[in-house]
Design a protein around this ligand. Structure first.
Ligand SMILES: [Zn+2]
Length: 99
């Protein structure tokens, strides 16, 4: 079987923003809002340019996060109750099931 090699090594693709830098895979803490709740996701994979600092997020990680945060994921449509405020406004997200 033929193996088609990618033009660039997946470890260091060139930056599309400045075309001078190289994207590096880093694990950052990703912040996002879910309604009024601040969600923090530790060790979130992000591609960051070493020249301009542009961030690109891993598609699999984003889709995983979207699925995880979707209030109706895997459930039939129903009325969503607003969760009462608790002592800790942060919700801990388990580590990504990625490589
Ligand atoms: Zn760049």
């Amino acid at each position: 079987m033929d193996e088609t090699q990618p033009l660039f090594t997946p470890e260091a693709p060139p930056c599309r923003e400045c075309s001078a830098g190289v994207m590096h895979l880093r694990h950052i803490t990703y912040f996002t809002w879910l309604g009024e709740e601040l969600i923090t996701v530790p060790n979130f994979p992000a591609w960051i340019c070493d020249m301009c600092g542009k961030r690109d997020y891993d598609e699999r990680a984003i889709s995983w996060l979207t699925m995880l945060l979707s209030p109706t994921a895997g459930e039939p449509t129903r009325r969503i109750k607003r969760a009462p405020r608790t002592d800790s406004p942060k919700r801990n997200i388990p580590h990504l099931p990625l490589d």
